[in-house]
Design a protein around this ligand. Structure first.
Ligand SMILES: O=C(O)c1ccccc1NCC(=O)[C@H](O)[C@H](O)COP(=O)(O)O
Length: 210
């Protein structure tokens, strides 16, 4: 059976990280973007990280931060993967010596193969609904019909919920799905029932793809 990986993003509380791990979530995202409603200080994120068991991927998110800020945060949090949401180019993304994910703003027709060529050093592309220059975590979906395989793993994000993620998995067949707003009570505060329902919906869709 294909197992769609799941990333919960915008983690700010220890109990949310613990429940995510119990539910078998593969990756946790920490938003290190100071203007975000889900911002977490890298030191606080490191405390949550220290309590995680092995084999849970810790992802640090940045948006147009300078290299010094990114490196300082990496030194504090020691993420497994870095994820870039701004206008960073491939050389910048790769310069920290960590696997990286590049977020692509899917606000209109987007030439994904061109982006994949530009970011061929990326571990994956994360397709999100925000407009270029705007922040992620908008809770909005985009038109999935423009998604084509591009030779890099695709992480589908943007407005996913327990109600639409099954259709997303069956339609797009992404390597992973990423969710923030759809499992929240309010920004940065996750809702246990929504977290559980989301994971159940992904696993049900995985079963249907067998
Ligand atoms: O979540 C934020 O506030 C944020 C701010 C700046 C850059 C990225 C941000 N989030 C990125 C994510 O990976 C979200 O999980 C992704 O955009 C999906 O969000 P949502 O539509 O809320 O599920």
């Amino acid at each position: 059976m294909t197992r769609t990986r799941i990333k919960f993003c915008g983690i700010r509380r220890k109990q949310d990280a613990e429940l995510a791990v119990d539910l078998g979530v593969d990756a946790l995202g920490f938003v290190l973007v100071p203007r975000s409603k889900r911002y977490i200080d890298p030191g606080r994120a490191a405390v949550i990280r220290a309590g995680l068991p092995p084999f849970v991927t810790v992802v640090a998110l940045f948006m147009d931060a300078d290299a010094g800020e990114v490196q300082t945060a990496i030194d504090a949090l020691r993420p497994d993967v870095v994820q870039f949401h701004g206008r960073e180019d491939a050389a910048f993304c790769a310069s920290f010596g960590l696997p990286y994910i590049k977020a692509v703003a899917m606000s209109g027709p987007t030439d994904l193969s061109r982006t994949a060529r530009q970011f061929r050093s990326a571990q994956a592309l994360l397709l999100d609904a925000h407009a270029p220059g705007a922040m992620g975590g908008s809770g909005k979906t985009f038109d999935w019909s423009c998604i084509k395989p591009v030779g890099l793993p695709l992480v589908l994000a943007g407005g996913l919920t327990a109600d639409n993620v099954g259709r997303a998995v069956r339609t797009v067949r992404p390597y992973a799905v990423d969710v923030s707003s759809g499992i929240e009570r309010r920004p940065g505060v996750k809702d246990p029932e929504r977290m559980r329902a989301f994971v159940r919906a992904v696993r049900r869709a995985d079963g249907a793809r067998r």
